[in-house]
Write a protein that binds this ligand. Structure first.
Ligand code: ADP
Length: 471
C-alpha cells in the first residue's frame, strides 16, 4: 500500500470515528510527516478540540504553522502552554523557531537556550546555527561586577543615610557555592523609571525605610527583609524597577533569571539556591531579584515531582532565614507575569505578602518613558506625546525597541551625511510603525479571568480597575 493509500485509509477511519483521539493524533502526525501541511493543521486542530492543551498536539499544530511560515499563529498556539511552568522543552524550541521567523532573534535565542538547558536532547543544530552568533546582551545599566560592597548612596534624598555598619554574619563561599548569578552595582535610580509613582512609593516603604530608619521598625517589632512580588505584563518595567530600587538603596543587585532558575531544576538545585541567597548575604545590603519567579514558585499542588516541591520548600526556607538576622540587609524582589501560578505559601506574612502591580504605561507614562530613553541622544524638538498616542498599548520594552530602531536608522543617516543628524519626532513615529507591541491585551484577558473568577483572597484587587478598562 503506498503512503497516499495509507493516508487515505487513515482519513477514512478518522471520518468514521471522529472521536477516536489516538487515531486522529496518528493521522495528524502522518499528514505532517507527509508534508500535507494545511491538512495536518486542520487535523491537529480537530484533535485539540478533543484534548485541549495536549502538549504533543500543540507541538504538531505549531510545527504545521511554522512550516507554512505562519509564525504568529504558531506562537499563539504555543503561548498558553509556554506560560505553564514545567512545559515540555520541545515547545520552547518550536517557539524559538517561530520567533526567529518573526525576526525576533534575541527572544528566539533566549527561548532556545532555556529549552536546551532544561533538556539537551531537544537541541537542534540547524536552528542553533541560525541563532548564532548569540545576540549581544542588553546594554549594561551597571558597571561590571565588583567584589566590593557598594558604597552608600550619595544620590537623591530617598537614598539611605549612611546606614548602620552591618554586623551581620556573612556566609563564606564554600566548595558547594555554585551560584550562577552575578553581582551588579546598579547606577539606575527611581528617577530613571518613568511614572509608577504608586509602585515606587510602595517599594520605598517596604524596602528603603526599614534600612533608613531601623530603630523605628525595631521599636514596632517589625523585621526588615521579606520580599515584594512585582507582577504585571511582560516588558512593563519590573526588572528595571528592581534594578532602580537597588540603585536607590546603594545596594548590590543580584539578578536571578529564568535560565539560572531552570539550571537549578536540573543541577543540585537546593544547593544552588542556597548559594544564590548566600551570594546576596555576602554582598549586603543587596537586592536579590528573581525574575519569572512563577517558574520556581509554581503552586506546590501543581507539581507532581517531589524534587520541584523540595525546591519550593527550600526557597521558602531561605526566604524565612534560619534566624531572624539571616536576611538582614537582603531584600528579595520577585517578578512574575503570571502571579496566579505562584504558590499561595509565598504570600504569607513576612514573605511576599504584598503583591505590587507594575501596570502597563498609560499615554502620559509612555511619553515620560520615551523622554527618559531619548535623553542622552542628539535631539531635535520632540513631541513625545504624539509618539505616545501612536504607540498605544506599547509597554516599556516596546518603547525601548522603538527608540533603538529609530536611533539605528539615524546613525546610518548621520554616517552617510558625515555629521550627526538629531533624532526627531518623525523618526520615532516611523519606528513605531515597524514595532509589533507586546501582547498586553492578551495578558489583560488572562488577568481578567483570574481577577473575576479566582480572586477569593482579594490578592489581585489592584488589577480590578485595569481589567475593567477604567484605567
Ligand atoms: P519586565 O521585567 O517587566 O519584563 P523590563 O524591566 O525588562 O520589563 O523592561 C524592559 C526595558 O524597558 C527596560 O530595560 C527599560 O529600558 C524600559 N522600561 C520599561 N519601563 C520603563 C519605565 N517605566 N521607565 C523607563 N524605562 C522603562
Amino acid at each position: 500500500m503506498s503512503d497516499d493509500a495509507g493516508l487515505q485509509a487513515l482519513r477514512e477511519a478518522a471520518r468514521l470515528s471522529p472521536d477516536n483521539l489516538p487515531l486522529r493524533r496518528h493521522l495528524a502526525g502522518q499528514l505532517l510527516a507527509g508534508g500535507y501541511l494545511a491538512d495536518a493543521e486542520a487535523e491537529f486542530r480537530a484533535a485539540l478540540a478533543l484534548a485541549p492543551r495536549d502538549a504533543e498536539l500543540t507541538a504538531g499544530l505549531a510545527e504545521a504553522f511554522i512550516r507554512q511560515s505562519a509564525h504568529g499563529a504558531a506562537l499563539a498556539a504555543l503561548e498558553p502552554l509556554l506560560d505553564t511552568p514545567g512545559h515540555p522543552p520541545l515547545l520552547g524550541v518550536l517557539a524559538a523557531r517561530a520567533l526567529l521567523g518573526e525576526g525576533d532573534q534575541a527572544q528566539a535565542a533566549r527561548r532556545y537556550q532555556q529549552a536546551v538547558s532544561r533538556d539537551p536532547s531537544v537541541s537542534d543544530a540547524e536552528l542553533a546555527a541560525r541563532l548564532a552568533p548569540a545576540p549581544p546582551p542588553p546594554p549594561p545599566q551597571a558597571p561590571p561586577a565588583s567584589p566590593h560592597a557598594a558604597p552608600p548612596s550619595t544620590g537623591p534624598s530617598t537614598g539611605p543615610s549612611a546606614g548602620p555598619a552591618p554586623a551581620y554574619h556573612t556566609p563564606s563561599p564554600g566548595p558547594a557555592d555554585r551560584a550562577t548569578a552575578e553581582v551588579e552595582h546598579s547606577k539606575v535610580r527611581f528617577a530613571d523609571v518613568a511614572g509608577m509613582e504608586a509602585v515606587k512609593e510602595a517599594l520605598r516603604v517596604k524596602l528603603l525605610l526599614p534600612l533608613q530608619q531601623p530603630e523605628m521598625f525595631a521599636a514596632f517589632g517589625k523585621r526588615a527583609g521579606g520580599g515584594v512580588l512585582l507582577y504585571g505584563p511582560p516588558g512593563a518595567g519590573k526588572t528595571h524597577l528592581a534594578r532602580a530600587a537597588a540603585g536607590e538603596l546603594g545596594a548590590s543587585f543580584v539578578n536571578v533569571g529564568l535560565a539560572d532558575i531552570l539550571d537549578m531544576y536540573i543541577g543540585s538545585s537546593e544547593r544552588n539556591l542556597r548559594a544564590t541567597f548566600d551570594l546576596a548575604r555576602r554582598n549586603r545590603p543587596c537586592v536579590l531579584f528573581f525574575d519569572e519567579v512563577d517558574a520556581l514558585a509554581a503552586r506546590r499542588s501543581d507539581m507532581r515531582q517531589a524534587h520541584t516541591r523540595q525546591l519550593v520548600n527550600q526557597f521558602l526556607a531561605e526566604l524565612d532565614g534560619v534566624d531572624e538576622h539571616a536576611n538582614e540587609g537582603v531584600l528579595v524582589l520577585a517578578a512574575t507575569n503570571a502571579p496566579w501560578y505562584v504558590d499561595p505559601a509565598f504570600r504569607r506574612p513576612g514573605r511576599f505578602d504584598q503583591p505590587v502591580l507594575v501596570p502597563p504605561p498609560d499615554a502620559a507614562a509612555r511619553a515620560a518613558i520615551l523622554r527618559i530613553l531619548c535623553r542622552d541622544k542628539p535631539l531635535a524638538e520632540m513631541d513625545y506625546d504624539a509618539v505616545a498616542r501612536v504607540a498605544d498599548h506599547f509597554v516599556g520594552a516596546d518603547l525601548k525597541g522603538l527608540v533603538d530602531r529609530a536611533v539605528e536608522a539615524k546613525l546610518q543617516q548621520s554616517i552617510r551625511a558625515g555629521r550627526p543628524i538629531p533624532l526627531s519626532t518623525p523618526d520615532l513615529l516611523a519606528a513605531a510603525q515597524t514595532i509589533r507591541p507586546t501582547a498586553v491585551h492578551e495578558w489583560m484577558a488572562t488577568a481578567r479571568n483570574y481577577v473575576m473568577h479566582a480572586n477569593d483572597s482579594g490578592a489581585w484587587d489592584e488589577l480590578l480597575p485595569w481589567v475593567k478598562g477604567k484605567r
